[in-house]
Design a protein around this ligand. Structure first.
Ligand SMILES: N[C@@H](CCC[C@H](N)C(=O)O)C(=O)O
Length: 281
């Protein structure tokens, strides 16, 4: 079977985008496992299928490198907006996308006829699973966990998908290939977890590295950046209603967390190339 695809990325969190508006003639979990491995195949952090929706302009389904399905992907949803606009499928500057964690509204920022960046209303961050007691009158109490012989403080946040946010120092030196899998598979998170390692630079600026559930270390994670800013606001490191720059290996995302923890994310969306994959299934 020949599968036409477009390689795109948001802050170097790269996925293989497949137009499934007329149907999906393959098993997407299996396809993600075949197309994603770097050096042996197309190579990406996973596969994103752009599907028809009855309730929004389109539906996004995203699959991690290991074939597992994610409920939401902040970097991919911006690229889906760009794909729909630039290909003349939906040429509105405000569009809606259905995801497994609800319908998201996107504002597309168009330059020279093509989408350059996108602002997404990501919905509300919630402090779940309730790994830590949350008292609205006090900063969140960070849960102490033991991983790789060290004590870390984590705040669990859901952006529709699960995140464990760790504020620490010296994130550039962390050996994520070694410690990442231990965090991903902590018993607190039966569905595994995405883990963000954060350094607070100042009240408008943080640095982040991420170990993603199902994909390993990626150069950026949109939902992770949103969850991290929410956790930092909850714990008093950052202020609500201010735009915060989140520096990732692959670029910068701008995140605003409102008083009620509704989150807005702005970042780039880039197309790299189109191709045809010969799928021997
Ligand atoms: N890179 C993503 C998140 C992808 C899904 C995640 N690995 C999960 O399984 O929850 C983003 O930009 O948000």
């Amino acid at each position: 079977m020949q599968i036409k695809f477009t390689k795109m990325h948001g802050c170097a969190n790269d996925y293989i985008y497949i137009n499934c508006l007329d149907g999906m003639p393959f098993d997407p979990n299996e396809l993600a496992k075949v197309m994603s491995p770097r050096h042996f195949s197309v190579g990406a952090d996973g596969v994103v299928c752009i599907c028809a929706s009855d309730v929004a302009d389109a539906k996004m389904r995203m699959f991690n490198l290991d074939g597992s399905e994610g409920k939401m992907c902040g970097n991919a949803i911006r690229c889906v907006g760009k794909y729909l606009y630039d290909n003349g499928i939906c040429q509105k500057e405000e569009i809606t996308i259905e995801t497994l964690s609800g319908i998201k509204t996107l504002a597309l920022h168009v330059e020279d006829g093509a989408v350059a960046s996108v602002t997404v209303q990501m919905g509300q961050a919630t402090f779940e699973p309730k790994l830590i007691p949350i008292d609205d009158t006090e900063p969140a109490i960070l849960k102490e966990i033991e991983v790789a012989g060290k004590t870390w403080k984590t705040t669990a946040v859901s952006m529709g998908n699960p995140h464990s946010v760790i504020v620490t120092e010296g994130i550039d030196a962390l050996d994520l290939e070694k410690i990442g899998p231990e965090f991903e598979n902590l018993p607190y998170f039966p569905e595994r977890v995405n883990t963000e390692f954060i350094e607070v630079v100042d009240r408008r600026h943080i640095k982040m590295r991420v170990w993603e559930r199902g994909s390993g270390e990626t150069y950026a994670c949109g939902t992770g950046a949103c969850g991290s800013v929410a956790a930092c606001v909850k714990n008093g490191f950052l202020d609500a209603n201010e735009q915060v720059a989140v520096d990732l290996i692959g670029g910068t995302l701008y995140i605003k967390c409102c008083d009620n923890f509704d989150i807005e994310m702005t970042g780039p969306a880039k197309k790299v190339y189109e191709g045809i994959f010969e799928y021997e299934n």
